[in-house]
Design a protein around this ligand. Structure first.
Ligand code: RUB
Length: 310
């Protein structure tokens, strides 16, 4: 029974693991929906058992990709609403899950719009924008700028080994933006032609460092050398509170088969999915509170999402 109940959660976790669902926002949204779906299917009458089922779902989703604090914050917050509730009746607790999920998703959507509104102001006419991987938050900002009538070009990396840059390239073309796709190692070659770098984030640490798709820190380095401003476009809920208390953000290492399906025997292949960009390379984080310095991250989070630290 419990196995059948967990099946849709396992299916979502699998889609997240194999990148059918990609990008921190999409991952968090899918994970919340999976928890809500499980809640609606439960047959238990006991709050304790209900919380146990939710906790099992949480563990499955958390282990799908380990560098995703937005997903963790989202699920934690939704389940917390049940834990805190005085209700014992399961029907009411299911409603609690539904309304908490809705509230979280609405907040996420509002943040995305606010970030686009703020960030689009930085897109002046005729800018060339450099981006990496596929961040739905970055592409939404660019969509907004385009709808405001701004003319700009995009240079995007293909993003090896699984080519998420192609998703960005397709989205930009559909939007009618002149787009150039380059191999990742051409970043320095093309950086002189870019006016601005915009990248997404998977995690923000308490020190204001950001974790994003592998190669981001190299692009930040190159941008600094070329004196091209480098901005991170991210919801504040990608902040990982565990980094505040000493933990390092874990960097997911993916299968070597993504790099080379049939390699010669004995070859060591490493495939980290993300890397850390230090705060001193970041001009600003474009978030729902405005454009902030990475140095002020904990202060801003304390103000906006104090529950994160609990
Ligand atoms: C995606 C990636 C994105 C961030 C932000 O990596 O690094 O830049 O997740 O995306 P992957 P968003 O393809 O391995 O998931 O802005 O959509 O949250």
């Amino acid at each position: 029974m419990v196995k059948a109940l967990l099946k849709p959660v396992q299916t979502t976790a699998k889609k997240i693991r194999n990148l059918e669902i990609q990008g921190a926002r999409n991952i968090a949204i899918a994970a919340i929906k999976a928890v809500e779906a499980l809640a609606k299917e439960t047959r238990t009458k006991s709050k304790r058992e209900f919380l146990r089922q939710l906790s099992e779902a949480k563990e499955i989703l958390f282990s799908s990709r380990e560098t995703e604090p937005l997903m963790r914050n989202a699920i934690r917050w939704v389940i917390d609403q049940v834990e805190k509730s005085d209700q014992k009746d399961i029907k009411s607790l299911i409603k609690t899950i539904s309304s908490a999920s809705k509230q979280f998703l609405t907040n996420l959507e509002d943040s995305k719009e606010r970030i686009a509104e703020i960030g689009a102001k930085r897109i002046r006419n005729n800018l060339v924008i450099f981006t990496h991987c596929h961040s739905s938050t970055v592409t939404h900002l660019l969509r907004r700028a385009k709808h405001e009538g701004k003319a700009f070009e995009v240079i995007c990396t293909e993003t090896r080994p699984v080519f998420q840059g192609r998703i960005t390239a397709k989205e930009m073309l559909e939007l009618g933006v002149k787009t150039t796709l380059i191999v990742d190692s051409a970043a320095r070659f093309f950086m002189n032609q870019a006016d601005l770098v915009l990248v997404g984030a998977d995690a923000i640490t308490s020190e204001g460092n950001i974790i994003n798709k592998i190669g981001t820190s190299m692009i930040a380095l190159v941008a600094q050398e070329a004196r091209t401003p480098f901005y991170v476009v991210s919801e504040l809920l990608k902040f990982d509170p565990a980094t505040m208390y000493g933990d390092y953000e874990k960097i997911e290492e993916r299968s070597s088969r993504e790099v080379w399906k049939d390699p010669p025997e004995g070859l060591v292949i490493r495939n980290p999915a993300f890397d850390v960009t230090r705060r001193n390379f970041i001009h600003g984080i474009i978030c729902e509170e405005g454009i902030i310095s990475p140095h002020s991250i904990t202060e801003v989070i304390h103000r906006r999402y104090p529950w994160i630290f609990k």
